[in-house]
Design a protein around this ligand. Structure first.
Ligand code: COA
Length: 378
């Protein structure tokens, strides 16, 4: 009998550049203030790459930490997925740089889904694992988004920052890990958040430089409306799909774009705000690194213990969104979960019925062999 496979997060690590850019620093560059940025977004400061940081070097630093926590060497990896919209080069895929720099011997690909990229990558990694194709997948979210920011445009440059975060996802026969997910895309909103030039439609030209078209452009209020609409509704769908309710979730890890978006989602879901992990005050929106960076810090701060249920949701350029419900740790189910959660009860029931079937099969085996031998002797 083939055991069910589960995809568990067994390692995590982060890298943030040393250079800190505060709201007061930005107020010296554009017409803004600490007061405006703090009240409209919740962001106080963000990290900006130094001359030594590249997308690949930041991804590798975070990955080494994640591998150490998982107790693995790069050679143990079966696949590397790097989610980013700010690779070292248009070609080659930055995932191959990461594979080479780590010394891994496996396939590697880059996944582009804007700020939703790491959650998309986590769900992809899990499919390779539960299908039995791979056992250990490194999933990285990394951005040097600052290279695409126009530091003369106050409506965008105050929002974003650079960071990397990595997770190791491994096969397990203990129920848990990724329980459910939702992936979404609405390309009709593409122009609400995009970089006009540098792609095949509009390659770099003198006009690019003259009109600053190499930089990210955003319709803030439209993206805000989309985000408020999406965060609570996508989280709820993923949670119900796992057979859970929002009350069962121990920690929500939302995309760290704007504190007002997170507060609106908490209100809509009738969940206390302190159940939502927030670190955007220190990092701003780090795009594909945002949700994994928050997850890593939640682990590091001891906010997550074995068996905890985590609901994550990211949204961004595309427009895209992605939610995932994950049970972290070794799969020990706490008394609270087993008492109150339909999902937990279902998993326990499935485990119990598997155990009963296994025992019954073992008990009946001598009888089967006796009957088989008798039939052969006739
Ligand atoms: N400092 C000071 N004033 C600013 C400013 C800044 N950094 N940025 C914009 N403003 C001004 C605007 O120019 C506007 O001035 P006006 O009324 O004279 O025209 C005013 O503030 C209000 O602008 P508005 O865009 O309506 O503000 P807002 O309350 O919607 O907040 C955002 C703007 C960008 C913070 C908000 O729309 C947002 O968070 N959107 C979602 C962004 C996001 O999450 N993007 C990433 C998704 S992955």
């Amino acid at each position: 009998m083939i055991n069910q496979r589960y995809a568990r997060i067994t390692g995590w690590g982060k890298y943030v550049p040393a250079r800190v850019l505060t709201n007061d620093d930005l107020a010296k560059m554009v017409d803004t203030s600490d007061e405006w940025i703090t009240t409209r977004t919740g962001i106080k400061e963000r990290r900006i790459r130094t001359e030594n940081d590249t997308t690949s070097s930041m991804a590798v630093a975070a990955s080494r930490e994640a591998l150490k926590v998982a107790g693995l060497s790069p050679k143990d990896l079966d696949l590397i997925i790097v989610a980013t919209s700010s690779p070292d080069y248009l070609l080659p895929s930055v995932a191959s740089q990461v594979q080479d720099m780590l010394g891994a011997e496996c396939g590697a690909f880059t996944l582009v889904a804007g700020c939703s990229g790491w959650v998309y990558a986590l769900t992809a990694a899990s499919q390779y694992i539960v299908s039995g194709a791979y056992r250990r997948v490194l999933v990285v979210g990394v951005e040097i988004i600052s290279f695409a920011l126009d530091f003369t445009d106050r409506t965008t440059c105050v929002l974003f920052g650079d960071a990397a975060a990595a997770t190791v996802v491994e096969v397990s026969d203990e129920p848990g890990g990724l329980l459910s997910f939702e992936l979404g895309s609405d390309g009709s909103g593409a122009m609400f958040l995009y970089v006009p030039d540098g792609g095949s439609v509009s390659p770099m030209s003198q006009r690019t430089i003259d009109e600053r078209r190499q930089y990210l452009r955003m319709d803030g209020p439209e993206v805000f409306k989309f985000a408020v609409r999406t965060l609570a509704s996508s989280l709820k769908r993923a949670i119900y799909q796992a057979g859970l309710t929002p009350d069962d979730i121990d920690l929500f890890i939302p995309h760290q774009a704007n504190a007002r978006i997170i507060e609106a989602a908490a209100r809509q879901m009738r969940v206390p705000l302190d159940k939502f992990y927030i670190n955007l005050d220190r990092y701003g929106n780090t795009s594909a690194a945002s949700v994994p960076l928050a997850l890593v810090e939640a682990f590091e701060e001891g906010r997550l213990k074995d068996g905890d249920l985590v609901a994550m949701c990211a949204f961004g350029a595309g427009l895209t969104w992605a939610s995932a419900v994950v049970q972290v740790g070794t799969g020990e189910v706490s008394a609270a979960h087993s008492l109150f959660s339909v999902g937990r009860a279902r998993y326990l029931a499935r485990r119990a019925s598997d155990a009963v079937l296994d025992t019954a099969q073992s008990a009946l085996l001598p009888l089967y062999s006796f009957l088989y031998q008798r039939r052969r002797r006739r």
